[in-house]
Design a protein around this ligand. Structure first.
Ligand code: PEP
Length: 242
């Protein structure tokens, strides 16, 4: 159960959130991904709790003249354990492609970070009936070049772009169908055991009042939550559904 805070909260607000946030004890990994500037404060505040901290992006080289970028060794050094890669907002506004998603995922894995790799179709693609074509291409180009050992260490997030921040959630059945399709792609490429073991999160307007229906689907292994992860009580209620 991962919270993507996007460009919200200062480091003070991050510490305040973590002091207040009281998710129930559970088997799920509980991850918060604040902005880069808040990572050190978040790691410190979360020390001794079950909360793990992730970043929202990473660059694929270790260091160099790349103004504004942050590398995987830097994230590891600050205490990050996870990183979101290929979020649709990065694809839409910052030129992220399946090729850069792959490079970033490999770089994160080399440092021992756990990537949450995002895929998902845009509204016009769903309306054109090409959801599966889009997912297949994102899997083929952005994920399937990973070795089986690398693949075993990633988490996939299916996030239909039309459901992100819009209040429109995919129905549990729609989400489960997309997850099943992705699992089929994984199975065809990496084998049935890898497909069964891979955690696929759903993301897109997950809220305390719709999370139970989503999590009741066997295909859905967790959630990547944006807006509703910004409030400690709301995110704790979502975690409770797992
Ligand atoms: C996200 O940012 O990954 C996301 C799913 O956002 P929201 O929950 O606000 O739709």
């Amino acid at each position: 159960m991962a919270g993507n805070w996007k460009m919200y909260k200062t480091s003070g607000q991050t510490v305040e959130f973590i002091r207040t946030f009281a998710p129930p004890a559970c088997e799920a990994d509980v991850v918060i991904c604040p902005p880069f500037t808040n990572l050190a404060a978040a790691v410190q505040a979360a020390a001794g709790t079950a909360i793990e901290i992730g970043a929202q992006d990473v660059f694929w080289l270790k260091e160099g003249a790349y103004t504004g970028e942050v590398s995987a060794p830097m994230l590891l050094a600050v205490g990050c354990r996870w990183v979101i890669i290929g979020h649709s907002e990065r694809r839409q506004y910052f030129g992220e492609t399946d090729e850069t998603v792959l490079k970033k995922t490999v770089a994160a894995l080399e440092e021992g970070l756990k990537p949450i790799v995002c895929v998902g179709e845009r509204l016009e693609e769903r309306e054109a009936g090409s959801t599966e074509t889009v997912l297949a291409k994102q899997f083929l180009q952005g994920i399937s070049p990973l070795t089986p050992e690398q693949f075993a260490r990633i988490v996939i997030a299916y996030e239909p772009v039309w459901a992100i921040g819009t209040g429109k959630t995919a129905t549990p059945e729609m989400a489960a169908a997309a997850h099943a399709f992705l699992r089929g792609q994984i199975g065809a490429h990496y084998g049935d055991a890898a497909a069964a073991a891979c955690r696929i999160l759903y993301g897109g307007s997950v809220k305390p009042d719709n999370v139970k229906g989503l999590m009741a689907q066997e295909e859905i292994d967790g959630a990547l939550v944006g807006g509703a992860s910004l409030d400690p009580a709301s995110f704790a209620a979502i975690v409770a559904a797992c």
